[in-house]
Design a protein around this ligand. Structure first.
Ligand SMILES: [Zn+2]
Length: 463
């Protein structure tokens, strides 16, 4: 009798264990089906599925991608197709950060029980609405491609976090995917969205960080005068300027981009303070743009001697910066010290497979980078740089606060940068443009920024 009871208990135990296991599997299948479908081993599901995937729209409802009778179609406009390539994607998953790569499961309406086996009418393929303005992206793309520029251009609303313009070059037509030939560098890095996935030496745009550290640490530093003779030995090495700048305070030094002024401040601040402020402003930190990780900007002076520390303070040495992150720094300056988290994914019309993709940071404020008083001082300096040094005509009817950079690189012409924001009420746009080997930031990145800003302003203001 006891034996029978034992056997019966064992049977019950096994049965219960089986149902617990089954229950666990089913719950997991339901909860994590989207992730499973996105695993590389299940890529066959996705590639075939795109032919029936949902639509992708810009902020005005302009159709960027759709599927008709099993074919995937993109914008009718050539410039728009190339401008949107890195955010929309193509039929492949080569551009891993593109919407059609990241959200392919949701777009195709992958069903957790039947996979893609449901008849079309029962599928819940989802449409994606983005914050992007396709006209602004096309304008930025045209400004870059007419000079064969490679690089990144991003404009975003520093009050709401909406990314209006995100363009990466080189690009290609999604209808004509490129074949990369050995020895041909035309399409180097073509699968990277440079706005999200690349970093470049920041050059003089990094002076914003050095200035912030000095303003908050060294009393009276903004009024400190320096006589710039065009070159000076710091830590045994020559630090040079483009030309002698004469007697200048910090505001003048920012406007004329005096290397000696900021190199000396970096040395005086020392490696700990410089690192503290670089990190407070987002260097060595991770940020996200929707589901994508933004490439980390880097600042490291732990092995730097005095000369290297001096150069690190003007955005050289081993400093690296990501364009989206630089735009976030400008957002912080515009917002009294706190950046807005950027996002592209506005909404999705079906929550069936998409319930987890609208991130927590969607348009929220990020962590404070600098004090509010520092933000307003930096903002004044950047505004002065444009109004009194470059001239407002550079940006049409927009009032812009900006900092350019011309960053020396290992081989070839320097990278050209411009970062900043529009000060006009009703047009809260922060931006960053980096042109690889573009030379002077003012003349290479500047016109691209203007093209992107003028079109983005139209999208935000309506005129
Ligand atoms: Zn100088």
């Amino acid at each position: 009798m006891k034996k029978v009871l034992n056997r019966s208990l064992l049977t019950w135990f096994l049965a219960i264990a089986f149902f617990i296991g089954l229950g666990y599997f089913v719950v997991n299948l339901v909860i994590h089906s989207s992730e499973w479908a996105q695993k590389p081993m299940n890529a066959h599901l996705s590639v075939t599925g795109l032919a029936q995937a949902g639509d992708i729209y810009d902020r005005n409802g302009v159709l960027l991608a759709t599927s008709i009778d099993g074919e995937r179609y993109y914008s009718n406009d050539y410039s728009t197709r190339l401008a949107m390539l890195h955010t929309v994607g193509d039929d492949s998953v080569n551009i891993s950060t593109a919407l059609q790569s990241v959200y392919r499961t949701g777009l195709t309406g992958y069903n957790y029980i039947l996979g893609l086996g449901l008849p079309d009418s029962f599928r819940s393929s989802s449409d994606i609405n983005t914050t992007l303005d396709s006209a602004a992206c096309a304008a930025a793309y045209n400004a870059m491609s007419k000079n064969n520029y490679k690089g990144a251009c991003v404009v975003y609303n520093y009050k709401t976090g909406e990314v209006i313009c995100d363009v990466s070059t080189p690009s290609y037509d999604p209808y004509e995917p490129v074949t990369i030939k050995e020895g041909d560098h035309t399409y180097d890095g073509v699968y990277l969205d440079n706005v999200i996935s690349s970093t470049y030496p920041p050059g003089s745009t990094f002076k914003l960080v050095t200035a912030a550290a000095a303003l908050e640490t060294i009393e009276g530093s903004e009024n400190r005068l320096l006589y710039c003779e065009g070159s000076k030995i710091i830590g045994g090495e020559y630090v040079t300027c483009v030309e002698p700048h004469g007697e200048i305070n910090m505001k003048d030094a920012m406007a004329v981009s005096c290397n000696i002024y900021f190199a000396e401040l970096a040395v005086e601040l020392g490696p700990e303070k410089m690192t503290e402020y670089a990190e407070a402003m987002g260097f060595n930190k991770s940020f996200k743009l929707d589901a994508n990780d933004i490439a980390m900007s880097r600042f490291s002076v732990k092995d730097a001697d005095t000369a290297a520390l001096a150069w690190s303070g003007v955005g050289q040495y081993t400093d690296m910066a990501n364009p989206m992150h630089m735009a976030m720094i400008c957002s912080a300056i515009a917002n009294g010290g706190t950046p807005t988290e950027p996002y592209i994914l506005e909404s999705v019309n079906s929550l069936f497979n998409f319930k987890n993709i609208l991130t927590d940071t969607h348009g929220k404020n990020g962590t404070r980078m600098i004090k509010s008083s520092t933000a307003s001082k930096l903002g004044e300096m950047m505004r002065f740089t444009v109004s009194d040094y470059y001239g407002d005509s550079m940006f049409g009817d927009l009032h812009v606060a900006a900092k350019t950079g011309t960053a020396e690189v290992a081989n070839g012409e320097p990278d050209g940068w411009i970062v900043g924001y529009v000060t006009d009420e009703g047009c809260p746009l922060a931006f960053a443009v980096c042109i690889e080997h573009g030379g002077f930031g003012f003349s290479s990145a500047g016109p691209v920024a203007y093209a992107a800003l003028a079109a983005s302003a139209k999208a935000v203001r309506g005129y």
